[in-house]
Design a protein around this ligand. Sequence first.
Ligand SMILES: [Fe+2]
Length: 583
Amino acid sequence: MNILGINAYHGNASAAVVCDGTLVAAVEEERFNRVKYAAGFPAQAIAYCLREAGLKLEEIDHVAVPRNPYARLGTKLFYALRMPSFARGRAKVLARFTGIKEALAKAFDSDPARISAQFHRIEHHQAHLASAFFVSPFESSALLSADGLGDFASTMWGTGRGNRMQIADAIAFPHSLGLYYTAVTQYLGFLKFGDEYKVMGLAAYGEPERLEAFRDIVRFDPNGSSTGFRLGLGYFVHHRSGPEMSWAEADKTPTLGKLFSSKMAERLGPTRRPEEPLEQRHRNLAASLQARLEEVYLGMLRKLAEHSGLKSVCLAGGVAFNCVANGKIFDCTPFDNVYVQPAAGDAGLAVGAAYYVWHQKLKKARSFVMEHAYWGPGFTAQGIRGAIGASGVGREGCSVAELPEEELTRRAAAIIADGKILGWFQGRAEWGPRALGNRSIVADPRRADMKDILNRRIKHREIFRPFAPSILAEATGEWFEKSHPSPFMTLAYAVRADKRSQIPAPTHVDGTGRLQTVTREANPRYWRLIKAFQELTGVPVVLNTSFNDNEPIVCRPEEALDCFLRTRMDALVMGDFLITRNT
Ligand SMILES: [Fe+2]
């Protein structure tokens, strides 16, 4: 039985195909249309998923769409009456949703009458929860989804047992941890969609000296009977004007209107304009924002653990990307196990909706665990060779060698140990926003100046943003304070004090690292590369950053070659080929 999950007309448009309970392919539309966080209809992502599964559109039995316009209808009507412009915007989106079958038929040059699949609408947060629990290794688990807003809710929690999820409760619009984080991100002068993680990085440079004010902005009783929180609505405007989101167009990055009111500046001081310098006051505000997020998030998780009596938790929604907060779960809650799948944000809804249909609706038994993130497009050796030939790297003063794996990883490790910057392109592309060793740029973690070198030569990012380490999974406990697996870079742990000076480049200013634990099973070739680096240097860690330069992560060999030639990367490994600059 074949199920197609589609996240359409929403940020991070994506598609996934599940065949007889096994995930076959999953990918974001941005990897194809090269528009970061692309919304719209993910026609290319769907086409790829079908191709990978060897299926025609007519062979799909179920189509799962992670939106249910009938969820929280009463709340929607209440706000629609108060905000007519918001209501009109929602109606437009709804009209697009009702036309998903037609959009599919049009994208595949087919007739809607020939699509025999049954269509399912799955509520946004139930799809988020399903995206984590149903692909997790846990038989039973507590579940929490938290984001900005989806189907008029921002937060949902419950429990999962076997092939069933039980929803305990949800928090409806306008109260939202995601919108809280976005509002303060905007206030601090970071206005682009997806900028929240920059502010999370900035928080490590400050002190949470304004925590009291932030406790008024998000209200939560750690000892109360309610699991939920409330926003101090005076600091916000979205409940009066509606959150202005534009995410219908596939060729544009979504935008979000201003969320905070003048009371925010009255309480916290003047807003920062994007071009203004970052001062210590801003860093302290970022630290206070993060500290309050952690208090509420971890407080909710503590209550969830107590109420459920379970030791494992599955997390999803954009807030689940807060790796700093996730890393504190082991010390601050009774949970011993955490699972966050790599596309914890809205892209993951495609997988979640599909699995919701398979388990919750069709009542099929669990049989699949997402143990790696490599569900996107892969390319044959012939395709890579052709792309190298067509790129003209030879004319650009580069040498190309095709090497057996052992020599390839040994030479690549030597290049890294020599302080050079290496592009690393292997196998199928990662699902989710993190490069996890298949579309990565890899560098020496031992050099304190590597962060500046990478920023100057390739990444051009804000200087306060950290780079991440990839570590051999078996060495995790030796180098970090925690050893719980973090295969998808969704947890940050403190680097052991005696190791910090050995890996300064991917150690953040607060001594933590957003690590990827690499197992031989999940990614044998990347594991061998790090192993070869360890044999040369004694350090089982490499710095790993995504293979891109202010664009979606490269997907095809052509994009990797283009990025390599455009930036000042020293070498590039693609499949079995090693490309080095001669000068
Ligand atoms: Fe969401």
